[in-house]
Structure formats: structure tokens, C-alpha cells
Design a binder for this molecule. Structure first.
Ligand code: AMP
Length: 196
């Protein structure tokens, strides 16, 4: 999606995982919070995104992945964008049954070398243990993709993130996509919701 539209994808989860890997103070704090399935403090996340969207690669637009996750983050994002004379074109809600989501998340893993995504049940490599894309043989799973942590993450979503939906619905930019559909259909629905 981001390649076809010359957009950069800004994932706060990826940024936090990079901080964990770097061993910084932020990374140490993030590791405990992420492993517990909780949310990081709003002020840290707002600052992280506000610095990131200043960079020149965001000039032709960006996709925010995992941000905003709370109403205060959504309000801060609005302020940030207004200050730069920018606006959100769309907010995409991907709806998936929770038990299905747990099955999808706990079974997923990626190639350590090229990042290609796989799933224990739904997307196995043609040759067991070998990446279809690059031939790599080392794979990794996210530490927070265990069932207990996913359930806590879903509870955090219901409590703190779902309340941003009415906020964007009122602004008329919320698009809801059926995440239970096959992958190519979900992609098409997202593409369509980005087309004015
Ligand atoms: P994700 O990769 O988007 O699933 O995020 C993984 C974890 O990073 C979350 O469970 C949170 O602990 C943390 N995180 C990512 N984005 C945010 C955010 N916008 N606000 C608070 N915590 C976040």
C-alpha cells in the first residue's frame, strides 16, 4: 500500500521495538510495558510521532500504524497536523472477531533476514523452515504475541483505543473495513477507502 502511493509507514510499535533492540532507557521502559500488553504513556508517544513527521520522507504523505491509540493522542495529533497545515484523509478501522485475531496473532512469525510474514496455519513456507522470499532459515516471533498478552492488548484496545472511533466518525473520516475477508479483499477495501 505504502509503495503504491509513495507514502511512508510510521509504526510506533516498530519504533519502540527498535528502541528495545538498541538497549536505550526508552527501550528498557518499552520492553516491560509491551511485554505486559499495556500502553506506553501518551506524552512519550506524542513526542515520538511529532519528531518523526518532521522528517523529509514524510513530505508526500504517511500512514500512521498503531497511533493514535488513545483520545489524548488523537487530540494531540490533530493539533500537530493543524500546526503544519496537514489533515488526515482517512482513519481505517479493521474489524475482526477477537478469537480469530488471537489465532492470527499468536500464529504469526517473520523471516529474520527479509521480514517476509508467515503463519503457522494460514501461510506456511513452501519448504518447511525456509523463507520463500529470500531462502533465509531464521525466523522470529514478537515477544508480545502470546495468547495472554494478546488478550491484555485487546482489553487495552477496548478500553483506551475504541473511544477514538466516535471522535473520527464525527469528523466524517472513519472508514470501516471487514478484516474477516480474505487478505486480497481486505487490501482492496483499504485501497478503496483511501480513494477520494
Ligand atoms: P504494535 O506493534 O502497534 O502492536 O504495538 C506494540 C506495543 O507497543 C503495544 O502493545 C504498546 O505496548 C506499544 N505501543 C505502540 N504504539 C503505541 C501507542 N500509540 N501508544 C501507546 N503504546 C503504544
Amino acid at each position: 500500500m505504502e509503495e503504491s502511493r509513495d507514502l511512508v509507514q510510521l509504526s510506533t510499535g516498530d519504533m519502540l521495538r527498535a528502541a528495545v533492540a538498541s538497549g536505550s532507557d526508552l527501550g528498557r521502559q518499552a520492553k516491560d510495558v509491551m511485554d505486559a500488553g499495556q500502553l506506553m504513556p501518551d506524552d512519550l508517544m506524542i513526542q515520538m510521532i511529532s519528531e518523526r513527521i518532521e522528517r523529509s520522507d514524510c513530505g508526500s504523505g504517511f500512514i500512521l500504524d498503531g497511533f493514535p491509540r488513545t483520545v489524548p493522542q488523537a487530540r494531540a495529533l490533530d493539533k500537530m497536523l493543524t500546526g503544519k497545515d496537514l489533515h488526515l484523509d482517512a482513519v481505517i478501522e479493521v474489524k475482526v472477531d477477537e478469537d480469530i485475531l488471537v489465532e492470527r496473532i499468536t500464529g504469526r512469525y517473520t523471516c529474520s533476514k527479509c521480514g517476509a510474514g508467515y503463519h503457522d496455519k494460514f501461510q506456511v513456507p513452501a519448504q518447511a523452515g525456509v523463507c520463500d522470499a529470500c531462502g533465509g532459515t531464521d525466523f522470529k516471533r514478537r515477544a508480545d504475541d502470546t495468547e495472554a498478552t494478546v488478550r491484555t492488548r485487546l482489553a487495552a484496545y477496548r478500553e483506551s483505543t475504541a473511544p477514538i472511533l466516535p471522535y473520527y466518525r464525527e469528523k466524517g473520516i472513519l472508514k470501516t473495513v471487514d478484516g474477516m475477508a480474505p487478505i486480497n479483499k481486505v487490501t482492496r477495501q483499504i485501497e478503496a477507502s483511501l480513494t477520494p
